[in-house]
Write a protein that binds this ligand. Structure first.
Ligand code: GTP
Ligand code: MG
Length: 566
């Protein structure tokens, strides 16, 4: 394309202004409408292959960068974002019409002859200043492309968010605003898929079938702006499921290295090398830590051009399929995601969750609690996982290499579930707190597979049957003390929210009387206030029938030795 432009205008080849970012320090300078998870992931992966990230001195460089880079192809969108450390670094993501054009832009880039950095080809570039004065154009000539985002991954600070919620007309609107202002946005998703693409491209020479796939909150629809990226790296195509086109019965077969007999040691050794490769060669990657003795060995690293914490694993395919399941639950009903955001925010504000793992409940377990609640309402809002399993077709069969059966229907039409429950999200939140205020954590386990409470197979304080490995407990890490705190906090929350709803019904929202609604739910608890015990509130007792007909889960064994942390 560039050479064609040069021929046309008889231009001399330029000294490339877009340069590779090397792995040493460089100079300062709505949801995708996809119904199925596989479509969503595929679309985002493809989008990443059409994108490059260019470090610039500020957003004002955009017209010049655009005019320079459109020589390589048609730029269909552009986003600006900042990374703040000691100073502010500016970046622009350019999305080309096709991967070939992005590739041409990357191939045109130069290595900085002054830098001693490792010369690596990657989609991370920087835009150097020319010695001569350039004509600054306010508008991007010849195109309607404008920056679709300015400072596009900035996280709204808590005070600003609370101010926004205070201005809402009612609690329902507060919930919507919380969701809209805190969910991982389009640019955040693009950057995460670019991080995956960088790893995949880096090893593609030796492993052309390798796939680096984001999972967890980056893709399951429950991620916040700024959330970490969970990444699974597979050296073969297994992640694509049975559709992947295996080579026809070729008579030519690759010679390969023999696998170690112990699969775990093999993974650990491979991850060591991948960790070294990331650390030594990939631009932007820093603070690489190897946590290889964990149940799921991971490499943690920071990406300084994306402002992202990344956990890379190679053997957690069930985690990937679990993300698919969570994504589907979010797709079933539009109330699910805002509700989960609200509950996660509440749990964070009262200290039930904590960014580091420990004896407390994780966001993942909390999400399971919400999904379970929505499955067991009188008119269920979500189907049980067994319903999804029963509707599975042959193309839905997924068995991981360690034998975990991740087969469930992916096709919403085949599942054929629709809910008759028309409760507002604000009602559902209150019902959630009331439900868990009464839940028999001592004797019952939560089974998303059954969609109802079952007998607890061991003495864990909190027992959530792992949906994909039903002998395991997702929340085995939760201590008795933390489970007790959960019980107290759900009661407090029910009490607070009920008072808020009553006040609101009596007086309407008086914004001069701040804070109100969710703001009171998200307040750090005042330890001096003793709240009444919710068990004595008559209205709450109505939900007790929900615990009828509980059964032991079919696949559980009664000895705790069979139950490992999920
Ligand atoms: P945050 O990182 O807290 O934003 O949430 P997250 O959903 O990304 O949780 P986390 O990073 O802890 O886990 C990543 C993903 O791994 C989850 O979304 C699940 O899909 C999966 N996962 C986590 N824990 C388990 C587990 O015990 N069993 C299974 N099968 N999958 C899990
Ligand atoms: Mg995560």
């Amino acid at each position: 394309m560039l050479s064609a432009v040069r021929r046309c205008y008889n231009l001399k080849p330029q000294v490339p202004r877009v340069r590779y970012l090397c792995s040493t320090t460089v100079p300062a300078g709505s949801k995708v409408s996809a119904h199925s998870f596989e479509d969503f992931v595929h679309k985002r992966q493809e989008e990443a292959t059409r994108s490059v990230i260019v470090q610039v001195s500020s957003e004002r460089s955009f017209p010049e960068l655009y005019n320079y880079c459109r020589d390589y192809g048609n730029i269909i969108s552009a986003f600006h974002y900042c990374v703040r450390h000691d100073d502010v670094q500016h970046y622009i993501l350019l999305e080309y019409e096709n991967a070939q054009q992005a590739s041409e832009a990357i191939d045109s880039a130069a290595y900085n002859e002054d830098l001693t950095g490792v010369p690596v080809r990657s989609p991370f570039l920087w835009f150097r200043a020319t010695g001569r004065k350039t004509i600054q154009r306010d508008t991007v000539s010849g195109s309607k492309t404008q920056l679709a985002a300015l400072d596009g991954i900035r996280i709204m600070d808590n005070d600003a968010l609370m101010g926004t919620l205070r201005e809402a007309v009612d609690i329902e609107k507060q919930i919507a605003l919380l969701y809209e202002n805190t969910k991982l946005n389009d640019l955040g998703i693009r950057l995460r898929f670019l991080a995956a693409s960088q790893v995949q491209q880096a090893i593609s020479g030796m492993f052309p079938l390798a796939r680096a796939l984001p999972f967890g909150s980056s893709v399951n629809g429950f991620g916040k702006n700024g959330c970490d990226l969970d990444l699974i790296l597979r050296l073969d195509e297994e992640c694509k499921g049975p559709d992947s086109k295996k080579r026809p019965e070729s008579r030519l077969v690759f010679h390969t290295k023999e696998n170690l007999t112990n699969g775990r040691s093999q993974t650990q050794r491979q991850m060591e090398s991948i960790g070294d490769m990331l650390h030594l060669f990939l631009p932007g990657v820093c603070h690489v830590r190897r946590i290889l003795q964990a149940r799921v060995p991971i490499i943690k690293y920071h990406h300084e051009h994306l402002n992202l914490e990344i956990d890379l694993s190679m053997s957690n395919l069930s985690g990937f399929y679990m993300s698919e399941l969570l994504f589907m639950f979010g797709e079933f009903d539009e109330r699910v995601r805002p509700l989960i955001f609200c509950i996660r925010r509440w749990a964070q504000s009262c200290g039930l969750t904590n960014p580091s793992p420990g004896r407390w409940i994780s966001n993942f377990s909390l999400t399971c609690l919400v999904i379970f609640f929505l499955q067991q309402t009188k008119q269920p809002i979500l189907p049980s996982i067994n319903t999804l399993i029963r509707s599975a077709a042959p193309e839905d069969v997924r068995i991981t290499e360690d034998g975990i059966n991740c087969t469930f229907a992916r096709n919403f039409e085949a599942i054929g579930f629709s809910s008759k429950n028309s409760n507002k999200i604000s009602d559902l939140i209150l019902q959630f707190f009331e439900f868990y205020s009464q839940f028999d954590f001592q004797n019952k386990a939560i089974s998303l597979n059954e969609g109802r409470a079952v007998s607890k197979p061991d003495h864990s304080a909190l027992y959530i049957v792992n949906p994909l490995e039903q002998l395991l407990n997702v929340s085995k890490n939760v201590s008795l003390e933390e489970c007790e705190r959960l019980r107290i906090e759900v009661r407090n929350a029910a009490w607070v929210l009920e008072s808020e709803v009553e006040n609101y019904q009596q007086t309407g929202v008086d914004k001069s009387q701040e804070p109100w609604g969710l703001l009171n739910l998200f307040k750090t608890p005042d330890k001096n206030i003793i709240r009444p015990n919710m068990f004595f509130k008559p209205r709450i007792l109505e939900v007790s029938e929900l615990f009828d007909n509980t059964e032991t889960p079919p696949a559980t064994k009664s000895t705790s030795s069979n139950t490992a942390t999920a």
